[in-house]
Design a protein around this ligand. Structure first.
Ligand SMILES: NC(=O)c1ccc[n+]([C@@H]2O[C@H](COP(=O)([O-])OP(=O)(O)OC[C@H]3O[C@@H](n4cnc5c(N)ncnc54)[C@H](OP(=O)(O)O)[C@@H]3O)[C@@H](O)[C@H]2O)c1
Length: 276
């Protein structure tokens, strides 16, 4: 950053960089034919909808799951429905060695990774005064350690390849102190995720884009529970939770050439929940 106009006057070698060689037709920009996309937390919910979006756009997709082996059948379905290559991998993202070895297995199986969607997450929604330290550590291990491990090992692949694209699932709870259930640890893990993603956008500026998606309540296993369902309807300007089909287009946009000038952005998609 320059401190004065004089400081900023000298040009920098290689700048401005050229515009990317991408299609001008917007629907062509959204195509992902021949790309390889990895999605974790892909057996169900937002992650499955994202994996479907990528396959619908022509990408080969690697579905990572932890405990829900429905991902195996889902990946077979995607391959036959969309004529793409797809495979499922069992990976606990809180285990760094599983993340690093599976990252390399995907590269061996698919040849490269164009996009990594770090979407796995979990919540134990309780006030800190009622939360055990084990519950705190568990959330940190998946939502913080898991994102760091996935980003680090995907980043090594991106750097080696000279290209890449990381999309991170954060939450509106990184923006607001969500109500009515107190869940400070979950909120703070997602604040980490958002700022970590923005920081990587700068660190990886020469070879990869990084963007963040911050969903409001979506109707999944991690959506509004019984204690906050009515408040979720009240707070959302649209008066409901989102359906996962309403978020997949955003991930596709971020994964595709349609967003080639976008990095370091954090996109809220919450039906207007954080407006008041
Ligand atoms: N739904 C919402 O209202 C909402 C709002 C804001 C943010 N989010 C975020 O959206 C993301 C997806 O959640 P969702 O709503 O789609 O709920 P979901 O269907 O329960 O997805 C959560 C996923 O995380 C995976 N996961 C949990 N622990 C893991 C671990 N140790 N290793 C690997 N994967 C693990 C789960 O995999 P398995 O099932 O295979 O164990 C599951 O697929 C999460 O990061 C969540 O925080 C959701």
């Amino acid at each position: 950053m320059s401190m004065t106009v004089e400081d900023s006057a000298p040009g920098r070698e290689g700048f401005p960089r050229p515009f990317p060689n991408t299609p001008t037709n917007v629907l062509e920009q959204f195509r992902l034919d021949g790309k390889v996309v990895v999605v974790n937390g892909a057996a169900d919910g937002i992650g499955l909808a994202v994996a479907q979006a990528m396959a619908e756009a022509g990408a080969n997709v690697a579905l990572w799951y932890n405990s829900n082996d429905a991902a195996i059948e889902k990946s077979q379905e995607l391959a036959s429905l969309h004529n793409v290559k797809s495979a499922a991998y069992k990976v606990d993202v809180s285990e760094s060695t599983q993340v690093s070895s599976t990252m390399e297995r995907v590269v061996e199986d698919f040849g490269k990774i164009d996009v990594f969607v770090a979407n796995a997450g979990m919540a134990i929604s309780k006030p800190i005064l009622e939360q055990t330290l084990d519950e705190y550590q568990k959330q940190m291990s998946v939502n913080v350690d898991g994102i760091v491990y996935c980003a680090k090992y995907a980043g090594h692949v991106f750097q080696r390849q000279g290209f890449g694209n990381l999309i991170v699932t954060s939450s509106m709870s990184a923006h607001i102190v969500n109500v009515p259930v107190d869940q400070p640890v979950y909120n703070a893990t997602k604040a980490f995720v958002t700022h970590f993603g923005k920081s990587l956008a700068r660190e990886w500026r020469d070879f990869a884009r990084v963007n963040i998606v911050s969903p409001g309540f979506f109707d999944t296993k991690m959506g509004a529970g019984p204690d906050c369902l009515n408040e979720a309807y009240r707070m959302s300007s649209l008066g409901r939770q989102g359906h996962v089909k309403e978020i997949k287009g955003l991930y596709l946009y971020l994964a595709s050439d349609a967003s080639s000038y976008m990095t370091g952005s954090d996109v809220l998609i919450d039906g207007g929940y954080v407006l008041p």
